[in-house]
Design a protein around this ligand. Structure first.
Ligand code: G3I
Length: 374
């Protein structure tokens, strides 16, 4: 399917999701007062500007925490299963797929009129032991093709987009083309990325096919090198006719980071757009581990990062939507991966642990309200 056809399909999907859930009103939201918008979830602010907003979460959060699930459905127009589509969860054995958790997530999304984004088909991490051990990788190329085909075909037509390949670049590994050391590079070779996109395009011609990458955000040398490597990778793929259609920019931000230069980000986004690609801000959150304990100070600093980043990102017309990596501070990977030294609960997301709006929520809503209409 040509990129323009895919775009039309996606627009249709978004429209259908809006109408199917009685949210056609959102399409007229730009004519409504900001007071009335403030009562709506973030998805309405996004949709009023022709964007989408969603979040990642896990199936147990939605199953076991009704207040969280209700809030999720009110705030979000799209759901990303945070772990359920990773190899480690899907592939208990070489000859077996376990779709119980991912099926539940896709059903939940369908029932509640949410788009679903698949994360992720090819990544160097979260691989099962049977695969990382030699016995499991006798025919890794065929194994990769089989995995992509089986998983994508199961959800074909239901997915807004797929992170076909995640985090394939790591300049500090000092390999050709800045490719990251990984089982896939090692066992399949450098063309594994192209192979994955070509296999994906056949397996589900309707899903938007995304290359997802981290550390692209700041005006620091490692991010600059990563941006350049990403542009080169995307450019090589496009030239070779590989069906990559969008870049996912993870945007795991750090609230103590003063080196954000909006112009650098805008220039990068414009270069990606010039390659004919869409852009999704795919895993946004703001780590607060280095900020002072005082909650007001912390929340303002986190909100300021959301404001500055989204003002720059949403200025680029190729950016189609924003996903936060979690919705409420009640559930965030940062509690485990980037805890505060003083052990206070972290506050990186739009809603607090009581599911109440924080300054970060206001910052995201305002950024959507100020975004040029798509
Ligand atoms: O599934 C086991 C469960 O059986 C066990 O009881 C529990 C005990 O700790 O652990 C569970 O596994 C956890 C898994 O998520 C599933 O929830 C792991 O401990 C935990 O480390 C794992 O972390 C996830 C991480 O990716 C690795 O898969 C995070 O939640 C998730 O937010 C994070 O997401 C990544 C993206 O995929 C790629 N980009 C960066 C992003 C943040 O690291």
């Amino acid at each position: 399917m040509a990129p323009s056809d895919r775009r039309e399909f996606l627009q249709g999907l978004v429209g259908a999701a809006l109408l199917g859930t009685g949210c056609g009103k959102a399409l007229q939201a730009s004519t409504r007062s900001s007071a009335s918008l403030a009562e709506d979830g973030l998805r309405r602010h996004a949709e009023a500007r022709g964007l989408f907003y969603g979040a990642a979460t896990g199936n147990r959060r939605l199953k076991e925490d009704k207040a969280f699930a209700d809030t999720f459905v009110r705030e979000c127009g799209l759901l990303v299963p945070e772990s359920e589509l990773k190899w480690q969860v899907l592939r208990p054995a070489a000859d077996r797929f376990d779709f119980a958790n991912s099926d539940w997530m896709v059903d939940f999304a369908t029932q509640h009129g949410l788009l679903v984004r698949g994360h992720t088909l090819v990544w160097s991490q979260r691989l099962p032991a049977w695969l990382t051990e030699n016995a499991g990788t006798a025919n890794p190329e065929q194994g990769l093709i089989n995995h992509i085909q089986t998983v994508m075909r199961r959800y074909a037509g239901k997915m807004h987009s797929w992170d076909v390949v995640n985090e394939a670049l790591e300049p500090t590994d000092h390999l050709p083309n800045s490719l990251r050391k990984s089982l896939w590079l090692d066992k399949v070779g450098p063309d594994y990325i192209d192979l994955a996109f070509r296999t994906a395009a056949q397996a589900d011609p309707k899903a938007l096919l995304v290359y997802n990458e981290n550390h692209l955000d700041y005006d620091v040398r490692p991010d600059e090198v990563k941006r350049q490597a990403t542009l080169e990778l995307l450019s090589r793929l496009r030239t070779a006719g590989s069906p990559v259609q969008a870049l996912g920019i993870q945007a795991h931000l750090r609230s103590d980071e003063n080196r954000f230069d909006p112009k650098k980000l805008r220039d990068f986004l414009a270069q990606v757009a010039k390659l004919g690609l869409k852009i999704i801000i795919s895993e946004l959150d703001v780590a607060d581990a280095s900020l002072p304990a005082d909650i007001t100070t912390r929340d303002q600093a986190v909100a300021a990062q959301y404001s500055a980043y989204l003002a720059a990102a949403l200025d680029e017309p190729a950016v189609t939507g924003v996903i936060t990596w979690g919705l409420s501070d009640r559930y965030t990977w940062l509690s485990e991966y980037r805890p505060r030294p003083d052990k206070l609960p972290v506050r990186p997301l739009p809603l607090d642990a009581d599911l109440k709006h924080k300054p970060a929520w206001d910052a995201v809503a305002k950024a959507f309200d100020a975004a040029p209409k798509r």
